[in-house]
Design a protein around this ligand. Structure first.
Ligand code: IPD
Ligand code: CA
Ligand code: CA
Ligand code: CA
Length: 263
């Protein structure tokens, strides 16, 4: 049966609103915080509980689909064939733990590897960004967003994750130098939102599929490019050094990579 994408989108919006209510309620209780690979890689009971809640609901909405979730409650996905849901239950867990702010929930829906719908929920501001090619646009709650200005690198701010810049991976220091300035928000989802709103012109970070799946759908719908730092398509099943940028800034950044410049 053909998918009713409008209905599916409404169902996911309702699901995420319920998930938000539950997460906010749990924020008034004591968090259980564990380290995954180290002290800068945290997971809480809320990350795990929310992923379980979302995936249970997704299985009811779309029983044939595969689901990839960060905390491991989904399927062991080895192929992007068919429908694939990619879930990040709390993006920006460090912010969630330390700030109780600046974190997001994210869901991307792909069909045979092609993005169809994306959802990023800025939880504390209660703004749900949703859209994709199946809806023909992107909305912040009920308000449709226009495409951000196609700024050149020199004319805007760029988001980065700090370890990349500290270690100068992929000439990130030269890229920051060529931009109007660097910002670090600590959540890939919040970074993607800032690009959609034209507050920054791009973002460079080493990311897993759940960090970029939703944002890629939304940003591509608004004419913003997503690629690896070498300009190649992102692999939806592994880590990538991700470059998100306006068309002009992407060209500028790929040129810096090619010229192999240092400061
Ligand atoms: C992390 C955040 C962070 C980014 C990391 C991600 P998580 O996601 O998006 O900003 O720099 O690479 O892993 O683990 O908090 O969902
Ligand atoms: Ca994590
Ligand atoms: Ca994440
Ligand atoms: Ca997460």
């Amino acid at each position: 049966m053909a998918t009713d994408w409008q209905q599916l989108s409404r169902d996911v919006e309702a699901l995420l609103k319920e998930a938000r209510r539950q997460v906010i309620a749990k924020m008034h209780q004591t968090l259980t915080v564990d380290e995954k690979t180290g002290r800068k890689d945290l997971v809480t009971n809320v990350d795990k509980g929310n992923e379980q809640f979302l995936i249970r609901a997704i299985r009811q909405l779309d029983p044939q689909a595969q689901v990839l979730g960060e905390e491991g409650f989904g399927d062991n996905v080895t192929s992007v064939k068919g429908r694939l849901w990619i879930v990040d239950p709390i993006d920006g867990t460090m912010n969630f733990v330390k700030q109780r702010d600046n974190f997001a929930m994210m869901i991307g829906i792909y069909q045979d590897g092609v993005g169809q719908l994306g959802f990023i929920y800025d939880v504390m501001n209660d703004v749900l960004y949703h859209g994709g090619p199946q809806l023909g646009g992107v909305w912040a709650n009920q308000q449709q967003l226009g495409a951000p200005a196609d700024l050149a690198l020199a004319d805007g701010l760029i988001g980065m994750s700090s370890p990349l810049v500290i270690k100068d991976v992929a000439h990130t220091q030269a890229i920051v130098h060529a931009s109007a300035g660097m910002r670090v928000y600590g959540s890939a989802g919040i970074e993607m939102i800032n690009i959609m709103l034209g507050k920054t012109l791009g973002y460079i970070s080493y990311l897993k599929p759940w960090d970029f799946a939703a944002g890629q759908v939304l940003l591509n719908t608004l004419g913003v490019r997503t690629s690896t730092i070498d300009g190649q398509p992102l692999d939806m099943l592994s880590s990538n050094l991700v470059l998100v940028a306006t068309k002009q800034a992407q060209r500028d950044i790929l040129q810096i990579e090619e010229d192999d410049v240092s400061l």
